[in-house]
Ligand binder design. Structure first.
Ligand code: GLV
Ligand code: MN
Ligand code: MN
Length: 415
């Protein structure tokens, strides 16, 4: 491995982190000006290793390298490697970009070694995975894999612009995309990602493989009561939507604490009309519920909704649920993961399999092609935070694993 490869990767992650919609912190959301600049920057790095780049109708950056082995068939299969280039607000540098930039450096290393691949490779920088702008995640990978539906286009952002309207500014006229490939032409999808949890650090391992990704439901719960004067309305006569919402926030926390590995999060609250001297008349909260077993997630949701109704009826509120995302748990491909584990063992001797509590583009891509994921240790298990960090030493291990994996896959698919 070139001794500079991991340094180069770390430097590029730093450089991409400067591309942001908000000064002094990393924020890139679906189709934002920073996303366009990020696509241009990463496309330049893709071009340097010979990838032909394009942006599709949902804003995904796609870099394609044709099969280069002289033994390659007239129509070789394609391996997909990627992750997302959008971020949460005030994000770290690794969540998403690592899985886009690492394959580019790995392909450069193969070229340096003079290794020709008997299959084509597409490196994918998905335009939307975090669900920040529209509260609905995976718009990029859904578009690429032909799973975007008319219902996905109805979600609205904070400025009341719909997904459809946003997409019309990117591709005119916008039409729901077909899958970028036939399933039979694909070898699989591999995503490298920071772990976003503490397990690898605890086990003193630089990388690990993912066995499955937890299912996830997201949506908005709205409590409606009645706004009124904060000084004159007696406490007993109030219909305070925020007090009701607060009860639900605490119920969600206690339910998840009592039933691990369930996790439940209220990440946003919108209080209306929103003034210190007005009783909150309406509150919308985001709810994100995850569990590795789909039945357990559904049971938890049923309990949350039942409790929301109970709160509403006791406080004379109404309560509505609008789902924005619902993904079942996904098992990674056994053969691809076994091959990846062989590469992990070749580089760091032990391979540990982990379940991912975080969602990934691999969830959506699994409907198109078998998926496998490599996790990279992150400091203090911290993610969705500016201090998110994977060391250059661990990046080096991940790069070695990726190169070894590509070589093994090339041997398995000798054209
Ligand atoms: C994506 O990062 C998610 O799991 O929310
Ligand atoms: Mn994320
Ligand atoms: Mn991510």
């Amino acid at each position: 491995m070139s001794p500079n490869a991991a340094q180069l990767l770390a430097r590029r992650l730093d450089e991409l982190a400067l591309v942001t919609d908000e000064p002094a912190r990393i924020t890139r959301t679906f189709l934002s000006p920073a996303m366009h600049r990020a696509n241009a920057l990463v496309a330049g790095w893709m071009n340097e290793v010979g990838l032909k780049t394009r942006i599709d109708s949902v804003g995904n950056l796609i870099g394609r390298l044709e099969a280069s082995s002289p033994r390659a068939l007239a129509k070789p299969k394609t391996l997909l490697l990627g992750s997302h280039l959008d971020t949460v607000r005030d994000a770290g540098r690794f969540d998403g970009p690592l899985g886009v930039l690492l394959p580019i450096v790995a392909l450069a290393e193969l070229r340096r070694r003079g290794i020709a691949l008997p299959f084509a490779v597409e490196v994918l920088g998905f335009s939307e995975e975090e669900g920040v702008r529209f509260s609905s995640a995976y718009l990029g990978s859904k578009g690429y894999s032909g799973q975007l539906r008319a219902s996905d286009l109805k979600h609205r952002d904070a400025k009341n612009l719909s997904v459809r309207e946003a997409l019309a500014t990117n591709a005119k006229p916008f039409a729901l995309p077909k899958p970028a490939h036939r399933q039979s032409n694909l070898l699989g999808y591999i995503e490298v990602h920071i772990e976003q949890g503490p397990v690898l650090e605890n086990e003193k391992l630089a990388v690990g493989v993912v066995s499955a990704i937890a299912g996830q439901t997201r949506g908005r719960l709205t409590f409606r009561g009645k706004a009124g004067h904060a000084g004159t309305t007696p406490m007993a006569l109030r219909r305070d939507a925020l007090a009701g919402a607060a009860e639900l926030v605490l119920f969600a926390e206690s339910l998840a604490r009592k039933t691990p590995p369930l996790v439940a999060t209220v990440g946003t609250l919108t209080v209306s009309p929103g003034a210190p001297n007005v009783i909150p008349g309406e509150v919308t909260l985001s709810l994100d519920v995850r569990h590795p077993r789909d039945a357990a997630r559904r049971t938890a949701l049923a309990r949350l909704f039942a409790h929301a109704k109970k709160i509403a009826s006791a406080r004379q509120l109404t309560c509505d649920w609008q789902a924005t995302q619902d993904n079942g748990a996904v098992a990674c491909s056994a053969p691809l993961t076994a091959l990846l584990a062989q590469s992990v063992r070749a580089v760091q001797s032990r391979s540990l399999a982990l379940v991912s509590g975080a969602g990934h583009d691999a969830v959506v891509m699994s409907a198109l092609t078998p998926v496998a994921m490599l996790f990279v240790r992150c400091r203090d298990g911290l993610s969705h935070h500016p201090d998110e960090f994977a060391s250059p030493r661990d990046l080096d291990v991940a790069l070695r694993v990726a190169v070894d994996f590509l070589e093994r896959l090339a041997q398995q698919n000798p054209a």
